[in-house]
Ligand binder design. Structure first.
Ligand SMILES: Cc1cc2nc3c(=O)[nH]c(=O)nc-3n(C[C@H](O)[C@H](O)[C@H](O)COP(=O)(O)OP(=O)(O)OC[C@H]3O[C@@H](n4cnc5c(N)ncnc54)[C@H](O)[C@@H]3O)c2cc1C
Length: 461
């Protein structure tokens, strides 16, 4: 540790208290990586803040000494967003985890940044309301992490993603200034919508310290079913037919053969193994509409050749069927030492083409890829089951990635539908975004963080 960094650490101890600053190697190792495979870097120290004022003081100190700061929630990110840079301060917000206000009159909830997605959803539910965004990581991911990544979830098709529920944010800027943007008003067009700038900014424009979220009424009823198909095209056609019938299910997820086998091995849901594709379909809303939509969805699945259809009889069975999808990543992660999960996304109409392309790439590069994802959103998760110690295989993985992202862009899609750019995808961003967008993004960043202390090296260099 340099003398200058030691002085900074001493200042940080003065702000948050000695027990909230970690510097010993064994203590900071858990903060040297996130959910992204094959990436690790040691921070200089880890600081836990408990109040917005402490966050402001930490940033003021860091800015004065030009020390990089990497904001961190639960570290479940899948693009290396909260990966430290050497000698940085990891500013962990997980201990700022209070639910500050539930307001049924305005249908809002105000939370601190470290509240988990599940805790926010349960607080809403206790008030008879509904917070729909449900990333697969919701038991541990934090609300600020969701906002910083603009996370999606299984209900994105019908209910939208995190951005659609953020009504206001308290943000601490790089120089320690506190800013509040947004409010409880349903309509507000006064000035630029700065909150939208911070959503998805991956910790590079400011540190989020409070989040005001929109809530909606709870759907009265829900039906869950699983259908399996001998061919992926049949599943894709079922999805197209459901949308064409003007049914917007709250969940429309798929698993491919590799993923189905891994899930069954792991979660023992009782899935049939003689199929190439599985669709998890859920519809919610008024009980009469739900019954009608479920019947239509079942008919469409049968018309397209569904081999087995299982309709949940009650909530317990529904949760069990949903486990098939919710446990997909964990199930795949057991199979190989390194699991690299991607989120190439294409317009829905191109989904079947993209799934076939991923399978062809797997064959070309002799790789094992399990694919699952949000079929209704066109959001695929091709998951590479590999071993980072095998240099030759890792090289083939990189080449396969390039082809998959190029194809996604060619089909009118994007390099990331929900996991963010971070480090993992920054080399692909210029091609996707183009010169003008890259320039504006970099200029915005320079205005808000002239010393470049906030999460440097993420999204772009
Ligand atoms: C099993 C599994 C399933 C997942 N499923 C989904 C899914 O369905 N949909 C989806 O979108 N993602 C999913 N993810 C990815 C991940 O959970 C999300 O990106 C999540 O929002 C990250 O939250 P976090 O608290 O872990 O943030 P972290 O990983 O700690 O941080 C993520 C980013 O947010 C920034 N950040 C964190 N806190 C703040 C703050 N207070 N202010 C400013 N910036 C901040 C960090 O600097 C970093 O850039 C999954 C991950 C796993 C491991």
């Amino acid at each position: 540790m340099t003398e200058a960094f030691e002085r900074t650490v001493s200042d940080l101890r003065g702000i948050v208290g000695g027990g909230e600053v970690l510097t010993a190697q064994e203590d900071i190792i858990p903060y040297s990586f996130d959910g992204t495979a094959a990436m690790q870097a040691m921070p200089g120290c880890v600081v836990f803040a408990r109040t917005s004022d402490q966050v402001a003081a930490v940033l003021k100190t860091a800015n004065a000494s030009k020390t990089p700061v990497v904001a961190r929630g639960s570290g479940t990110g899948l693009s290396g967003g909260s990966l430290p840079v050497p000698n940085c301060i990891v500013l962990c917000l997980a201990k700022m985890n209070r639910i500050l206000d539930v307001d049924p009159a305005n249908l809002t909830i105000l939370v601190e940044p470290g509240v988990t997605t599940l805790d926010a959803a349960e607080a809403a539910s206790a008030a008879g309301l509904f917070y729909p965004p449900d990333p697969g990581s919701m038991k541990i991911s934090t609300i600020a992490g969701n906002v910083a990544e603009n996370s999606g979830g299984l209900r994105g098709l019908k209910y939208g993603i995190t951005r659609n529920y953020v009504m206001g944010l308290e943000v601490i800027l790089a120089d320690g200034q506190m800013l509040w943007t947004g409010n409880k008003c349903v309509k507000d067009v006064a000035g630029y919508s700065l909150k939208d700038l911070f959503i998805g900014s991956e910790g590079t424009l400011g540190v989020i310290t409070k989040v005001l979220l929109k809530l909606i009424p709870k759907p009265a009823a829900k039906k869950t079913m699983v259908a399996t198909f001998a061919r992926m095209d049949e599943a894709a056609q079922t999805v197209s037919d459901i949308i064409a019938a003007q049914i917007i299910p709250c969940t429309l997820e798929f698993l491919d053969r590799t993923t189905i086998r891994c899930v069954e091995d792991f979660a023992k849901v009782g899935l049939p193994l003689d199929c190439e594709a599985l669709l998890l379909m859920e519809t919610d809303g008024h009980a009469v509409a739900v019954a009608d939509e479920a019947e239509q969805m079942e008919k469409l699945a049968r018309k397209n050749g569904a081999m087995h259809i299982r309709i949940a009889k009650d909530d317990t069975e529904a949760a069990r069927l949903a486990t098939a999808r919710r446990s997909a990543f964990s199930a795949l992660a057991r199979v190989a030492p390194t699991t690299i999960l991607e989120d190439a996304t294409v317009p829905r109409s191109e989904l079947a083409k993209m799934i076939r392309f991923v399978a062809a790439v797997a064959e070309k590069y002799r790789l094992r890829i399990g694919t699952f994802g949000h079929m209704g959103d066109g959001n695929l998760h091709p998951t590479f089951l590999t071993d980072e110690r095998n240099k030759d295989e890792m090289h083939r993985v990189e080449e396969a990635f390039k082809e998959i992202f190029d194809e996604a862009i060619r089909l009118g899609g994007t390099i990331t539908g929900e996991h963010g750019v971070g480090i993992a995808k920054k080399s692909f961003l210029p091609k996707f975004a183009g010169d003008a967008q890259m320039r504006v993004m970099k200029e915005l960043r320079r205005v808000l963080d002239p010393n470049g202390i906030l999460n440097p090296g993420k999204i772009f260099d």
